[in-house]
Write a protein that binds this ligand. Structure first.
Ligand SMILES: [Fe+2]
Ligand SMILES: [Fe+2]
Length: 220
């Protein structure tokens, strides 16, 4: 079926609607977690960038909410109040370095990589609704990775190696947390016609590329 015809397929609409609700909720939670970091960011430039991101995420939430309502699909949240609180508690508990890892390597870089995999399958309206958000996510990832590189460069050789070595376990933990929340992510992706294994493969490739680029710091 052509992507422009998918809009008439009720099963597709409901399935894509659920993914859009999840993406919108995550953007909203990112907004909240990043906003809380503004007060104790390391410097003014970082504060300005965090504040810009809060504005961007707010716009993403608006764009997606409007599209979901025009799309006419079920707006029921995927994450309940308890799950949202867990997300915020986790990010609140982190020092700046681990915040950068969890927020920008995991949620922003790998999360948006997963969303990117959905774009070619989406109907034109949904694709349009994702264009601005996904473009902004590229900026957020660039900002977060630049901060992370700066923090890593300021560490001793041993601490830098230990931190880089800790990243895969952190990413696994967050991935497990998402799956343990009772959200059947594979089923949600498959329901829009995605090859879930291929999505996972692409995300893992991105993860490896990110790790490789951080490892270069070690050699430097
Ligand atoms: Fe976003
Ligand atoms: Fe973002």
């Amino acid at each position: 079926m052509k992507t422009q015809d998918r809009i008439h397929d009720q099963n597709y609409r409901q399935a894509m609607g659920r993914l859009l609700v999840m993406y919108t909720q995550i953007d909203y939670l990112i907004l909240r977690a990043v906003a809380e970091r503004i007060a104790d960011a390391p410097d003014d430039e970082t504060r300005l960038m965090l504040a810009k991101q809060v504005g961007d995420e707010s716009r993403h939430v608006r764009i997606q909410q409007e599209w979901i309502s025009r799309f006419g699909t079920d707006p029921t949240p995927i994450f309940g109040a308890r799950q949202q609180a867990m997300f915020l508690t986790h990010f609140r508990s982190l020092d700046w370095l681990n915040f950068l890892i969890d927020m920008y390597v995991c949620v922003e870089a790998l999360g948006s990589e997963a969303v990117e995999q959905i774009v070619p399958l989406a109907d034109p309206g949904t694709r349009q609704s994702l264009a601005t958000p996904l473009q902004d996510e590229v900026d957020h990832v660039a900002f977060g990775l630049a901060c992370l590189r700066r923090e890593l460069a300021g560490l001793s050789e041993q601490a830098r190696q230990d931190t880089i070595n800790s990243i895969p376990a952190r990413l696994d933990y967050l991935d497990d947390s998402l799956h343990n929340m009772g959200v059947d992510v594979p089923a949600m992706f498959k329901a829009v016609g995605a090859d879930y294994q291929a999505v996972v493969h692409t995300v893992l490739q991105r993860r490896q590329a990110l790790m490789d680029s951080l490892q270069q710091l070690r050699a430097a």
